[in-house]
Ligand binder design. Structure first.
Ligand SMILES: CC(C)(COP(=O)(O)OP(=O)(O)OC[C@H]1O[C@@H](n2cnc3c(N)ncnc32)[C@H](O)[C@@H]1OP(=O)(O)O)[C@@H](O)C(=O)NCCC(=O)NCCS
Length: 145
């Protein structure tokens, strides 16, 4: 059985664990994660299966823009459509809240991320040089709703 639900402050520790399992460098601190969970413009989701919380997604609404802040599926649970399910739900909820388009940034070396977002219909709008603190460029991607 799988469940997707909105995350609350009580999920702080699990969300940080998913971040650590999914991202080598681009990890949010516990303080930043707490700020996200308390921000009224942010909606966070957790995905459960028989192993517990194995994926999470954090979205922010900025006027008519829906922004993907973070998306991670734990190793061992990938390529089973979990990110696709989370993004479908998140896009639907952003659209219902008035978002006209979805936006995100993904590292140029993150092949899985780029392929996922292309698979979901996102297009690269520009390259952002040295976007990340460690110097990696990012692709800014967008999908009209
Ligand atoms: C990127 C990530 C979220 C994908 O999650 P996932 O649940 O495995 O993705 P899905 O199963 O929904 O994949 C859907 C499609 O995306 C593409 N895709 C996903 N991962 C891929 C990979 N490693 N290589 C190539 N294509 C990939 C495929 O087209 C896939 O369809 P298919 O499996 O039928 O071929 C996961 O690999 C992850 O958490 N990575 C680390 C964190 C990260 O990079 N997050 C995204 C940037 S913020």
């Amino acid at each position: 059985m799988t469940v997707i639900r909105k995350a609350t402050l009580s999920d702080l520790r699990d969300l940080c664990t998913i971040e650590r399992r999914c991202f080598e460098r681009k990890r949010f601190s516990e303080d930043h994660m707490r700020w996200l969970l308390e921000n009224p413009d942010v909606t966070s989701y957790v995905f459960y299966n028989e192993d517990g919380i194995v994926a999470s997604m954090i979205l922010m609404r900025l006027g008519r823009i829906g922004k993907v802040i973070s998306l991670g599926v734990a190793p061992g649970h990938r390529r089973r459509g979990i990110a696709t399910q989370l993004m479908a739900l998140g896009e639907r909820e952003m659209r219902d809240c008035g978002a006209a388009s979805m936006h995100l940034e993904v590292g140029v070396t993150n092949r899985a991320g780029i392929r996922l977002y292309e698979f979901l219909g996102y297009e690269t709008v520009r390259k952002m040089p040295e976007y990340y603190s460690w110097g990696e460029d990012a692709l800014a991607m967008k999908k009209p709703m």
